[in-house]
Write a new protein. Structure first.
Length: 268
């Protein structure tokens, strides 16, 4: 071998790494093809076959009523027409909430409701990644500006029977996507409440009164922080309002409630 035939080590190493990378990508592609053959990607809303996992078909996507601007800057209620920046709804003016703002992905009906129920009642934790990505976008910059992310907690007995907290799953994926600290054990649910479904507004408020507290020696997690409180659905707001009041007493400087869905009128 002549000098011109020799390959310097510093030149050969990138080539080897390049070939290894190509081989690894090829292996991943083969594995993905195998997975898709055994478990074909289907629409998360209706189950028809689609091109990729964790997505919706065109029909389901177009049927979701996404909550987009214009909306109330505090309650996130959609307006039928644009009334200008900073406009508040009559509800936000008449009864200002305990939180600073509420943001949600979609109205709690149709496909959006099925996604929530799939995650919550049918153990479809695989949906949480897709739902959290939509929530990040719906946050309208609030997640990026936040210091910490917390889920609305379940009581330990309900967590034992359900095996997981759907709000914690959403918060976990949201924190990963946004690269923000997740605090799953700072806010505790200390009162074993009834299911909120089927209760009226006043009954819901009574049900969750005194239900939350900050864990011992964890107030510093909240004091002076901009907080994102994550839940799956916002209905009357009784649950998140009870949790927000505890966070506010712990010194939170700004609180955004972020949910995947929210009820409007007859969608409750």
């Amino acid at each position: 071998m002549t000098a011109s035939d020799e390959i310097p080590q510093e030149q050969s190493q990138p080539a080897v790494r390049g070939f290894a990378g190509l081989a690894l990508n090829g292996l991943r592609g083969c594995l993905q093809t195998l997975v898709d053959t055994i478990y074909p990607p289907v629409c998360c809303g209706c189950g028809v076959t689609i091109g990729s996992h964790r997505g919706l078909c065109a029909r389901c996507w177009s049927s979701i009523r996404f909550i987009e601007r214009p909306y109330c800057e505090v309650l996130g209620l959609p307006f039928s027409r644009d009334l200008g920046p900073g406009i508040l709804s009559a509800e936000a003016i008449a009864e200002p909430p305990a939180f600073d703002r509420l943001r949600s992905v979609a109205v709690h009906q149709g496909v959006a409701r099925r996604l929530v129920h799939g995650l919550k009642y049918r153990d479809r934790t695989d949906l949480a990644t897709m739902m959290a990505a939509w929530m990040l976008r719906a946050g309208d910059g609030a997640v990026e500006a936040a210091d910490v992310i917390l889920p609305v907690p379940l009581h330990r007995f309900r967590l034992m029977s359900r095996k997981f907290n759907q709000s914690a799953e959403l918060a976990r994926h949201l924190a990963r996507l946004a690269d923000k600290p997740l605090l799953p054990a700072t806010l505790l649910r200390v009162k074993r409440t009834k299911q909120q479904v089927g209760l009226g507004v006043s009954a819901r408020e009574d049900n969750v009164r005194g239900a939350f507290r900050i864990a011992t020696n964890r107030r510093q997690d909240i004091a002076g922080k901009r907080v994102i409180l994550v839940d799956d659905v916002y209905t009357t707001g009784a649950t998140v309002s009870a949790a927000v009041r505890v966070l506010r007493r712990a010194g939170a400087s700004d609180i955004t409630v972020l949910t995947f869905a929210r009820a409007l009128g007859n969608s409750i």
